[in-house]
Design a binder for this molecule. Structure first.
Ligand code: PGA
Length: 255
């Protein structure tokens, strides 16, 4: 076992699986994956499928839920957006923040990411903060610097909140070049980046930084999940494409 932290297996469905497909997914997945006390399984459906997904998994309190994005305002004239309270009301305990598609497709800035992390945490949900470098940054040897900048910016407000805010935080290291490309980081790449993240967390948060789980994400499959999970410093996996199929997601959850 690579880590003393209980592994977290998280599924990011992105803009896939609406309410009907989400229900069908759980019918199949739950018959393939029995609850296990030694791991945490979290699913991030689209906001519109969250209630259906929760309903389909209601007999399985071991499965936790989150949303993929939130707005920082409580409510109001923000067409198309979801507030943290609404996400909570719909059963989300986790919120993905700063996913690379939010940053690079929708132009979310470090400052917006920071605001979201604080807002999620103040309202009692757990932020899962995504960080990761682009290929040109990796090739220029800037991986640790980029990730450290993203962490410092995003956690600025959080470190001023009480200790419970840090206790709920989860980090996902997702190199941009590995997301949806079939090009997975090696377990060694993941360990090296996670060590850099752990150092930065220690310097930002002190002793609390030791307990914050760091997940790896980017082209994880049923075939490579075990090796990645066994890599030193990898506390879990954040999985996109391979989490859409109940059979492969069950295999990853059992890795
Ligand atoms: P992928 O996506 O597993 O399809 O590469 C991971 C993610 O974006 O969280």
């Amino acid at each position: 076992m690579a880590s003393l932290r209980k592994p977290i297996l998280a599924a990011n469905w992105k803009m896939n699986l609406g309410p009907t497909a989400a229900s069908g997914f759980f019918e199949s997945f739950l018959s393939r994956y029995a609850a296990r006390a030694d791991r945490t399984v979290i699913v991030f459906p689209s906001a519109i499928a969250l209630s259906a997904a929760r309903h389909a998994a209601q007999a399985r309190p071991d499965i936790q839920f989150g949303v993929q994005n939130v707005h920082t305002a409580e409510k109001g004239a923000f067409t198309g957006e979801t507030s943290v309270s609404m996400a909570h009301d719909a059963g989300a305990h986790f919120v993905l923040v700063g996913h690379s598609e939010r940053r690079h497709v929708f132009g979310e800035t470090d400052a917006q990411t920071a605001e979201k992390v604080s807002r999620v945490s103040v309202l009692g949900l757990a932020p899962m903060l995504c960080v990761g470098e682009k290929i040109e940054e990796r090739e220029a040897g800037q991986t640790n610097a980029v990730v450290a900048r993203q962490l410092r910016a995003a956690l600025e407000g959080l470190v001023k909140q009480d200790a419970s805010a840090l206790a709920a935080l989860v980090i996902a290291y997702e190199p941009v070049w590995a997301i949806g490309t079939g090009r997975t980081a090696t377990p060694q790449d993941a360990s090296a980046a996670h060590a850099g993240i752990r150092d930065e967390l220690r310097s930002l948060t002190g002793a609390a930084g030791e307990a914050i789980p760091i997940l790896y994400g980017g082209s994880v499959t049923a075939a490579n999940a075990s090796a990645l999970l066994a890599a030193p410093g990898v506390d879990g996996l954040l999985v996109g494409g391979a989490s859409l199929d109940p059979e492969s997601w069950a295999a990853i959850c059992s890795a």
